[in-house]
Design a protein around this ligand. Structure first.
Ligand SMILES: Nc1nc2c(ncn2[C@@H]2O[C@H](COP(=O)(O)OP(=O)(O)OP(=O)(O)O)[C@@H](O)[C@H]2O)c(=O)[nH]1
Ligand SMILES: [Mg+2]
Length: 318
């Protein structure tokens, strides 16, 4: 007893000493984390409130009527942009050409491509539908109110044969297994790094949040790829015009501070629900499409068969 007694007491004392140390360390770190989170949350909100409203940006927002939550529109303020070359490229809508789970499934590099990327649930697939779905806005890409819906790269070719749009799986939080997420992230990275026909990357941001940490993390990667990228604020129907004007101003400031390479200064605003801003975005991307002579050189048999993916496959075989 006399030997076990002091030993037990010593062990108990050492144990409680470590417990106190551990508790104090936990308390201090958890308090600083809490402080950081709350101050950054407050910081972002108050920074937004202090951001000035540029009357030119506000005018553009009113011109596009992008903050209006009205659905099922038949007329759009920017509809006059849907003429000439823009009409020639986009008016026939598009169709799914191929889905790719891994780099081996990527289609041949033929038409110029514009890819949409962004956090999961930001509305990439919805925007693809409103751009490529044609005037009747058919639902080509699957959309759901669940982060992690798109798990494969979707290649959508325009029926005019001038270019393709690519719907990419999102980054950040997603309801999916870690291994599955890793697989699609690797495929997306391989696509962005090696694709020669990729002409522009549209980085979709939620208009309610702007650039978030997950976006910043990915922006480091985008800068290493050779492609030019452009911000698109989507879900604008969920914010008020003055808030959107401040968001755009904040992003412009960040761009002009020189933080990003290869970024385009023109920030696009859309709502894939109301389709507002879609014509302006189509007009913006039209410059990347093939010229008629270039398309002619591909010898796509578009007129007789109508099925573009088939026409492309036949042209590649011949
Ligand atoms: N109000 C509003 N909701 C939108 C808009 N765009 C998309 N949504 C909604 O946001 C949800 C996610 O849309 P998706 O297009 O599936 O999002 P995603 O970015 O493709 O998501 P992942 O495939 O998971 O990466 C859906 O419930 C859409 O209805 C928009 O402009 N306005
Ligand atoms: Mg999607």
């Amino acid at each position: 007893m006399s030997i076990v007694g002091p030993c037990a007491v010593r062990c108990a004392l050492r144990g409680s000493f470590h417990a106190v140390l551990y508790w104090r360390r936990w308390k201090s770190t958890s308090q600083t984390t809490l402080k950081k989170v709350s101050s950054s949350g407050r910081g972002v909100r108050s920074r937004l409130r202090q951001t000035p409203i540029d009357p030119k940006i506000l005018e553009k927002i009113h011109e596009l009527e992008v903050c209006s939550p009205r659905r099922r529109r038949t007329e759009y303020p920017d509809q006059d942009r849907f003429s000439g070359r823009v009409f020639q490229v986009w008016s026939r809508g598009g169709e799914l050409y191929q889905k790719a789970r891994s780099p081996e499934d990527f289609p041949e590099e033929l038409l110029p491509e514009v890819a949409l990327i962004g956090r999961s649930n930001v509305g990439k697939s919805c925007l693809i539908n409103s751009l490529v779905g044609g005037t009747k806005s058919r639902y080509l890409a699957e959309t759901k109110d669940l982060p992690g819906t798109t798990r494969e790269l979707g290649f959508y070719v325009l029926r005019s044969g001038f270019m393709s749009m690519v719907d990419l799986p999102g980054y950040g939080f997603a309801v999916a297994e870690e291994q599955e997420k890793k697989r699609w992230q690797e495929t997306v990275k391989a696509y962005l790094q090696n694709r020669k026909t990729l002409k522009r990357l549209l980085i979709l941001l939620d208009a309610r949040h702007g650039i978030m940490k997950a976006d910043r993390d990915m922006l480091h990667f985008f800068q290493r790829c050779k492609v030019k990228y452009q911000f698109v604020l989507n879900k604008c129907d969920l914010v008020k015009d003055d808030e959107l004007a401040r968001r755009v101003y904040m992003i412009r400031e960040e761009i002009s501070s020189g933080a990003y390479k290869r970024v385009l200064k023109n920030i696009m605003m859309t709502s894939s629900h109301t389709r507002a801003g879609a014509f302006t975005l189509q007009a913006e991307l039209t410059g990347l499409a093939l010229r008629p002579a270039q398309r002619h050189a591909l010898k796509l048999d578009l007129a007789t068969r109508g099925n573009v993916p088939e026409a492309i496959r036949r042209a590649l075989k011949s």
